[in-house]
Write a protein that binds this ligand. Structure first.
Ligand SMILES: *Cc1c(COP(=O)(O)O)cnc(C)c1O
Length: 613
């Protein structure tokens, strides 16, 4: 048999029996020509490293560093609170499938977010949801130090591997200050996700941003070609890069701008992290001289979004409408848009995975192929959906003791319980809703946690539970406790219709409707965020209200509710009266929307608009 090797200079395949060869540091290399052999002999080091990177025997350089305060990488790791963390993890999964050379950084959040239960009145009870990185992650060899309130705080890291379809690995580094050498309060800096006061929050951002960049350097990733900041919590990482460029008296802003990519997610000014400069100095010391920090982060307070805007050469919102809103909020900056997506394989239920494997064989590697779902027979779509729906109803029965009717139009609403999402809009007029339920069988499934300090969000959960009690058997309403990744997948795939009623323009993107689309579940949604791009009336789903928005304007709840009921009546009729047409809508939700609103497409757009610049 003829041995095969690759020429380390030109990368052509060569037969080892007949090729020219050369021994270098105990290893034999083969060449196609005298030309390549001479080039190698002249500078072997340059070619050896490249050859090893190509065959995977050497850890390749990670040129993109992705920073996010939350990452929902694994159901065993409750280190997320909602869409931001799920987006981060779906992004890393697509990086891995597409073999993008990236490494990611977050905090270990040993206490997780919290586990939710509801009492008889729908009041939210919060329980600790601790986890131990030791039980499932590998410790990293490096330790770094950050200064917090003048104390040296040691930071270590745990490694989680996000593995792609072809085996490519994206390492996720979870930073952890729970080390015996640290003072007692500092040991808990990486425990609580979005917990504590401003001081705690800022200390966490120092660990994530400053500690994260130092950790990557300590692990040998000295060439951070691109630093991707997923929301402003990680802005101090850009500042740490800037520090690294400092020659005496000179800051290389252009180098930092070239490297930093900033994705903003927050469409209201009040939502952006801000800290008083007294607090900043007391917690973080002088990372850079005060006048430089004020120039970059704002005159009166350190605004983390402004800091990222000033240090990033590429800035984007997460949907086209969100780009406009962000541009209005921050005039003077050039803000682009890359619309979010979801990781297709992760969010597609088993029954639909099998269906796609049969009709769209390439969909796992290339979800744009899902447009071919347009030729899947309706009967098979309805059958796959029936399987997913039965699964949800079984889960629901096991978790809540309630039995729902598989024949009723089942409407789903699951996301963080917070005011602007208006989960209770559908209960504005219980008489109307009851009448709809009598005209055609209708039931509602809810889930979602409110942040422990979000009183208004908790009130919404109680209103839903109360409304459900009042509606009784006319329109069964179930609130499932403890929303998490697994429950999310069961609900988005098992309901018939996905409801979304945010106050415009506060839903920057929204991603749960994209997950639903992957399972042939159409949306009934306010025209905001991604739905402005994904909505084709009566084809991929239905709209509520108009797409117009005015900044600071008031959304008319009553008008939106009115439109919601009118559309729901139409949807009920179609669902119960015309399964063939209903199936065609399911099909187009997949073909038009799953084929586009996925993180593979999104990562391609980041690569061409931001990473390759
Ligand atoms: C997808 C997802 C979200 C985000 O949903 P939105 O519609 O974007 O608010 C939140 N939590 C979990 C667990 C999810 O899976």
């Amino acid at each position: 048999m003829i041995g095969q090797a690759r020429d380390p200079v030109c990368a052509m395949p060569v037969a080892t029996q007949i090729a020219r060869s050369l021994d270098h540091e105990g290893e034999r290399f083969f060449f196609c020509s005298e030309l390549c052999k001479n080039a190698f002999a002249w500078n072997p080091g340059a070619y050896v490293r490249r050859a090893h990177a190509a065959d995977g025997s050497e850890e390749p350089a990670r040129i993109i560093a992705y920073f996010s305060m939350e990452v929902a990488a694994d159901p065993r790791m409750p280190t997320y609170s909602g869409g931001l963390g799920v987006l981060a993890s779906d992004t890393l999964k697509s990086f891995a499938d597409l073999r993008i050379p990236a490494i990611a950084v977050t905090l270990a959040h040993r206490n997780g977010h919290f586990a939710q239960s509801l009492d008889g009145e729908g009041r939210q009870l919060e329980h600790p949801e601790g986890w131990a990185p030791e039980s499932c992650l590998r410790p990293l060899p490096a330790r770094v130090e950050v200064l917090i309130e003048g104390r040296s705080v040691q930071v270590r890291g745990w490694r989680y591997d996000v593995v792609g379809l072809g085996g490519w690995v994206i390492p996720l580094v979870l930073l952890d200050t729970d080390i015996a050498e640290n003072a007692e309060p500092d040991r808990h800096l990486t425990d609580w996700l979005y917990g504590g006061d401003d001081r705690y929050r800022l200390a966490q951002e120092v660990v994530l941003g400053v500690g994260g960049v130092r950790m990557l350097r300590a692990l040998g990733h000295t060439e951070i070609e691109k630093l991707h900041l997923n929301e402003g919590h990680a802005s101090l990482a850009a500042l740490e890069l800037l520090r690294g460029t400092q020659q005496p008296q000179v800051w290389d802003f252009h180098d930092v701008l070239r490297r930093c990519v900033f994705t903003t997610h927050t469409p209201v000014a009040a939502g952006h992290d801000q800290f008083g400069y007294d607090l900043v100095r007391s917690v973080a010391g002088d990372l850079v001289p005060g006048d430089v920090l004020r120039m970059l982060g704002g005159e009166d307070r350190l605004n983390m979004t402004r800091l990222a805007l000033n240090l990033s050469g590429h800035v984007n919102g997460v949907a086209r409408r969100h780009r406009e809103v962000s541009q209005d909020m921050f005039p003077g900056y050039d803000i682009g848009s890359v619309t979010n997506g979801v990781h297709s394989v992760t969010w597609t239920a088993d029954a639909f995975q099998q269906l796609f494997d049969r009709y769209v064989p390439a969909w796992r590697e290339d979800p744009t192929m899902l447009r071919q779902a347009a030729s899947i027979p309706v009967a098979e779509l309805l059958e796959a959906h029936g399987t997913a729906k039965r699964r949800l109803l079984d889960t629901l029965r096991d978790r809540t003791g309630r039995t729902l009717d598989p024949g009723a139009l089942t409407v789903g609403f699951a996301r963080r319980a917070t005011q602007y999402k208006r989960a209770d809009l559908v209960f504005s007029d219980l008489g109307r809703l009851r009448a709809l339920g009598r005209a055609g069988k209708l039931q509602l499934v809810f889930a979602g946690k409110a942040h422990p300090r979000d009183g208004a969000g908790k009130d919404i959960i109680q209103r839903i539970v109360r409304a459900g009690r009042e509606l009784g058997a006319d329109v069964p309403v179930v609130y499932i406790e403890n929303y998490d990744l697994e429950l999310a997948k069961a609900i988005v795939s098992g309901v018939d219709l996905w409801l979304n009623t945010p106050r415009r323009p506060l839903e920057a993107s929204g991603t749960s409707g994209m997950k639903a689309a992957h399972n042939g579940v159409p949306s009934l949604s306010v025209l905001d965020g991604w739905w402005i791009e994904g909505h084709v009336e009566g084809v991929t789903g239905w709209s509520i209200g108009s797409a117009s928005h005015t900044l600071g304007g008031v959304t008319d709840d009553a008008a939106d509710a009115e439109d919601l009921y009118a559309k729901l009546a139409l949807v009920l009729q179609l669902f119960h009266g015309d399964p063939e047409r209903w199936g065609a809508i399911m099909r187009m939700a997949i073909a038009l929307n799953a084929s586009f609103f996925n993180t593979h497409r999104m990562v391609h757009q980041y690569a061409s608009s931001a990473y390759c610049k």
